[in-house]
Design a protein around this ligand. Sequence first.
Ligand code: 5GP
Length: 191
Amino acid sequence: MSKKGTLFVISGPSGVGKGTICQEILKEKDALSLSLSVSATTRKPRSIDQEGVTYYFKTLEEFESMIADGAFLEYARYNENYYGTPLKPVQEKLESGHNVVLEIEVQGALQVKKNFPEGVCIFIAPPDIETLRTRLRGRETETEQEIAKRIAVAEWEMQQQEKYDYIVINDVLEDAVQSVKDIIQARSVVL
Ligand code: 5GP
């Protein structure tokens, strides 16, 4: 009988380096049998965004009709926009024996924990909030006002980390990447 893949959730505050960690682990996607889920969002595309690659960009009406159709594994409202994981592609990849990675914020990860308990949830934590603020400023994609909002959310998000299966502190990037790879190897049934 063929084995199903494992769902891995990589989550944590905005600016913590989830995206960079995901890019690094995806360099070994064949060895780790990994596939990254592409989320849907109502946020406006940034210059680096590509439709269908970084996100599927939706209008509010489109997103709400997907919610009504039960099309999401999880979704959340984050800083006035919706973000959600389309259910069907995740199910298909898991059924075909691939591991799937979701890179999502904390409310969504807590929904996965509740509704999909076999998923493995990894919280990526900053060494401290000041480091997070400095990283958000450094990437120059948000205004000071947006950064302040993201930091306020991060303070609540940091309080949720004990609900996760694993906590990885992203202080030295290579160490954090290695810890996530080790977790994937340890918890994967298809390697
Ligand atoms: P950004 O606007 O910077 O691309 O993303 C904002 C936050 O939304 C990030 O923390 C990102 O991980 C999270 N996010 C991206 N896709 C999803 C998703 O499908 N579901 C949830 N819950 N959060 C997501």
